[in-house]
Design a protein around this ligand. Structure first.
Ligand code: C2E
Ligand code: CA
Ligand code: CA
Ligand code: CA
Length: 278
C-alpha cells in the first residue's frame, strides 16, 4: 500500500528536519566564522554623478568558507537575522569597517565616507553608544561613517526608532534609508526621520529606461529627496542609459557594476589612489 496520509506526514516532517538541520549547520558555521577570520568585507565605491569621483563606499560582508568557497550574504544574512546572530555579526562589521577607514586615513588616502549596513535587529537603544565607543577607539571622526538602514527597521515602534536615529545623528554619524520604496513606510513619517540620504533600490534602477513605471518611481524618489533636502543615490547602476536618466532626473550619487563591483580592500585602495581605473 502506498501514498497513505501517514506516509505523507512522515515525509513532510523529514523535509522539515532537513531544513532545520541545514539552518543549524549554517548557524554554527557562521558562529565559528565570526571567531576564526572567515568573514571579510568588500567595498563598493559610490560615485559623484557630476564628476565621476569616488565619494564613499559601502562595506559588504563576505564569508570565505573553507569548503564552500565564497558564500554570498543573501545565504546567511537572513538566517543571522532570524537567529539574532546578526547583532554579533554587525558588531564585527562595524569594528572592521572603522579599523579599515582609519587605516586608509593613516596611509594618507583621501578621506571618504564608509557606509555599513545595519539590520532592524541591531537597531536598539544600545547602538548609539556602541557606535560612539567604536569611533572613539579607532580615533575616527563621525562624519566619515554612515549607517544604511532599511524601511523594515522603521516599521516597528516609530517613536523609539526616531529616538535612536536622533542619538546617532547627534554623534555626527550619517544615516541613509536603503532599498527605498520597497517597504511601506508612510511618506508622512519620512519628514520626521533625521536622515541624510535616500537610496533608490536596484529593483527600480533595473527597469530604467524601458519600464515607464520604474522611471516614474525613480524620478519621484529623487524629487521627494530634493524637496526634503536629502541626498539621493541609486544602487545597481549597470548601463550608460540608466546613468543618463538618473543624471537628468537630478540624482546625486551612483553605485553599481557600470563603475565597479564590490572590491577587496587592497583593490579599493588602488581605485581610491587613482592608480587603477574602475
Ligand atoms: P544591499 O544593502 O541592497 O546591497 C546591494 C547589493 O547589490 C550588494 O549585494 C551588491 O554587491 C549588489 N550590487 C551592487 N551593484 C550592483 C549591480 O550593478 N548589479 C547587481 N546585480 N548587483 C549589484 P551583496 O553584497 O550580495 O549583498 C546583498 C545584501 O546583503 C545587501 O543588500 C544587504 O542587505 C545584505 N548585507 C551585505 N552585507 C551586510 C552587512 O554587513 N550587514 C547586514 N546587516 N547586511 C548586509
Ligand atoms: Ca545597503
Ligand atoms: Ca537593495
Ligand atoms: Ca539592503
Amino acid at each position: 500500500k502506498q501514498g497513505t496520509e501517514a506516509d505523507g506526514i512522515a515525509f513532510y516532517s523529514q523535509d522539515m528536519n532537513q531544513g532545520m538541520h541545514e539552518r543549524m549547520r549554517i548557524e554554527s558555521g557562521l558562529r565559528q566564522a565570526l571567531g576564526n577570520g572567515e568573514l571579510l568585507l568588500h567595498y563598493q565605491p559610490k560615485f559623484c554623478i557630476d564628476d565621476g569621483s569616488i565619494i564613499g563606499a559601502e562595506a559588504l560582508v563576505r564569508w570565505q568558507h573553507p569548503e564552500r568557497g565564497m558564500v554570498p550574504p543573501a545565504e546567511f544574512i537572513p538566517l543571522a537575522e532570524a537567529t539574532g546572530l546578526v547583532v554579533q555579526l554587525g558588531e564585527w562589521v562595524l569594528e572592521q569597517a572603522c579599523a579599515q577607514a582609519q587605516a586608509w586615513k593613516r596611509a594618507g588616502l583621501r578621506p571618504i565616507r564608509l557606509a555599513v549596513n545595519v539590520s532592524a535587529r541591531e537597531f536598539t537603544q544600545a547602538l548609539p553608544a556602541r557606535v560612539q565607543e567604536t569611533l572613539r577607539r579607532h580615533g575616527l571622526e563621525p562624519q566619515w561613517l554612515e549607517l544604511e538602514i532599511t524601511e523594515s527597521t522603521l516599521m516597528h515602534n516609530i517613536d523609539r526608532v526616531i529616538g535612536i536615529m536622533d542619538r546617532i545623528t547627534a554623534l555626527g554619524v550619517k544615516l541613509s534609508l536603503d532599498d527605498f520604496g520597497t517597504g511601506y513606510s508612510s511618506l508622512s513619517y519620512l519628514k520626521r526621520f533625521p536622515i541624510d540620504t535616500l537610496k533608490i533600490d536596484r529593483s527600480f534602477t533595473m527597469g530604467i529606461p524601458q519600464d515607464t513605471n520604474d522611471c516614474a518611481i525613480a524620478s519621484t524618489i529623487i524629487s521627494i529627496a530634493q524637496q526634503l533636502n536629502h541626498r539621493v543615490i541609486a544602487e545597481g547602476v549597470e548601463t550608460e542609459d540608466q546613468l543618463a536618466f538618473l543624471k537628468g532626473a537630478g540624482c546625486n550619487e551612483v553605485q553599481g557594476y557600470l563603475y565597479s563591483k564590490p572590491l577587496p580592500a587592497h583593490e579599493f585602495e588602488l581605485a581610491l589612489r587613482g592608480k587603477w581605473r574602475v
